[in-house]
Design a protein around this ligand. Structure first.
Ligand SMILES: Nc1ncnc2c1ncn2[C@@H]1O[C@H](COP(=O)(O)OP(=O)(O)O)[C@@H](O)[C@H]1O
Ligand SMILES: CC(=O)OP(=O)(O)O
Ligand SMILES: [Mg+2]
Length: 423
């Protein structure tokens, strides 16, 4: 790539360096994860997490990856703008300030890209307006993403800001999977269809799973189970998504930390007509007061397992409902794919909870699925197999890295000719 920075400069003695760093912002409803990467070798220079934004107990944990210990800040951070400014200060303290000429771009996770955004996109005013238009279909996520973009633009107005959409990977779903069986004219008038989310993670993990099996992505069919606070399953055939569990919004599908996942849509009419709830109240009930937290008061799988170990029946039932739904999706996606080569568990619960993996696969021997108890108990940050050798289908734990995937896609867009390190 030829830029003014690489033009001969007779006054300076050192050779000018092409901008090669990417900052990634993954803004969630109440948290921000960030990473600064050096794209020459795809190494992480620093990473961090701000949790409980808007509460008195906000907490920032910043990890410099060049040797130092993690640093913590606590105390109220009122909004995502305050959280990002605190993160920028931590980076500056490490000598990695956002004013650096080495920064090439800022990559943003944007949850809903609607029908229009099927690939990473440089953010213009017009693109930002479209992301705003999609707020009603991602009310917990797109507003946080927009604040992240605005704050980053204010800090570095000269840099390309790139949006990488959760929905993009799912745009290959066939119409049979993407359409709801409702009146076509109404659906089309309001763009009501199944978009799917967590696509960056499903893309990354399905590719990594193929790598773990020593095969090309085109040659494998994978069921990816992204089990975080939000949770979704996808069926990926030869590297292309053919079905996923989230729909118009991230509310459909699996039982999640605070979201109900699938319910009979008539439950909402019933809540309105019989329980007298407004649309907004029902929205809050299903998005924030349902799922594991609605069933047992806790949404953290560690806490639920602790309660089960102490004999708590409410926690045990919540766990059973979570696993029952997961198992239904594994069976359904096996049917959709026809041939399954691997089932991959990922995200906070999928990577860390051996009991969830064991229970989700238990009883599926007829599908060629089994988990080896010893392998399942191993704790590691590496992709690994947990199925016994005799099993026909591989079961794997494959840590996701949405930030690395966003950095790769961002850098490929802004510096298409740059030489990048390999995996
Ligand atoms: N060691 C663990 N054992 C079981 N569950 C865990 C563990 N660590 C994290 N989790 C679960 O992972 C969830 C967070 O997952 P994550 O993928 O970070 O979610 P999100 O990106 O939606 O915030 C927590 O709510 C908790 O339930
Ligand atoms: C789309 C979605 O549910 O994201 P998250 O899991 O980060 O809440
Ligand atoms: Mg997540």
């Amino acid at each position: 790539m030829t830029t003014p920075a690489s033009a001969p400069d007779h006054e300076s003695t050192a050779a000018p360096v092409e901008p090669h760093r990417v900052l990634v912002l993954n803004s969630g409803s109440s948290s921000v994860k960030y990473q600064l990467l050096d794209m020459r070798d795809r190494s992480r220079l620093a990473s961090g997490l701000v949790e409980r934004i808007g509460e008195e107990t906000s907490r920032l944990v910043h990890t410099p990856l060049t040797g130092g210990e993690p640093r913590e800040r606590t105390g109220r951070m009122a909004d995502h703008d305050a959280a990002l400014k605190a993160a920028a200060e931590e980076l500056t303290a490490d000598g990695l300030g956002l004013d650096s000429p080495e920064l090439a771009a800022i990559g943003h996770r944007v949850v809903h890209g609607g029908l229009r955004f099927t690939a990473p996109t440089v953010i213009t005013d017009e693109v930002l307006k479209e992301i705003e238009r999609l707020v009603p279909v991602a009310p917990l996520h797109n507003p946080a993403n927009i604040t992240g973009i605005r704050t980053a633009q204010a800090l570095r107005p000269d840099l390309p800001q790139v949006a990488v959409f959760d929905t993009a990977f799912h745009t290959t779903m066939p119409e049979a999977a993407a359409r709801y069986a409702i009146d076509v004219e109404t659906a089309d008038a309001h763009r009501i269809r199944r978009y799917g989310f967590h696509g960056t993670s499903h893309a990354y993990v399905s590719r990594k799973t193929a790598e773990l099996l020593g095969k090309a992505p085109e040659d494998v069919n994978v069921i990816v189970l992204h089990l975080g606070n939000g949770a979704s399953a996808s069926a990926v055939a030869g590297g292309r998504c053919v079905e996923t569990s989230m729909g118009l919004t991230p509310l459909e599908g699996l039982v999640m930390g605070t979201r109900s996942g699938d319910i009979d849509p008539a439950v909402t009419f019933h809540l309105k007509r019989v329980a007298g709830m407004s649309a907004d109240e029902i929205d809050v009930l299903l998005n924030k007061r349902s799922g594991l937290v609605g069933l047992c008061g806790d949404n953290d799988m560690r806490e639920i397992r602790r309660r089960i170990d102490e004999g708590d029946e409410q926690a045990a039932l919540a766990f059973d409902i979570y696993i029952h739904r997961l198992k239904k999706y594994i069976g359904a996606y096996a049917a959709v794919l026809g041939r399954v080569d691997a089932v991959a568990f990922t995200a906070g619960v999928g990577e860390n909870s051996a009991p969830v993996r064991e229970a989700a696969i238990a009883g599926l021997e007829e599908f060629g699925l089994a988990v080896d108890a010893g392998l399942n108990a191993v704790r590691s940050g590496e992709p690994r197999l947990i199925s016994p050798e005799y099993a026909r289908v591989a079961v794997a734990v494959v840590p996701t890295d949405e930030e690395l995937e966003i950095a790769d896609q961002t850098f490929a867009l802004v510096a298409p000719d740059a030489v990048r390190g390999d995996n």
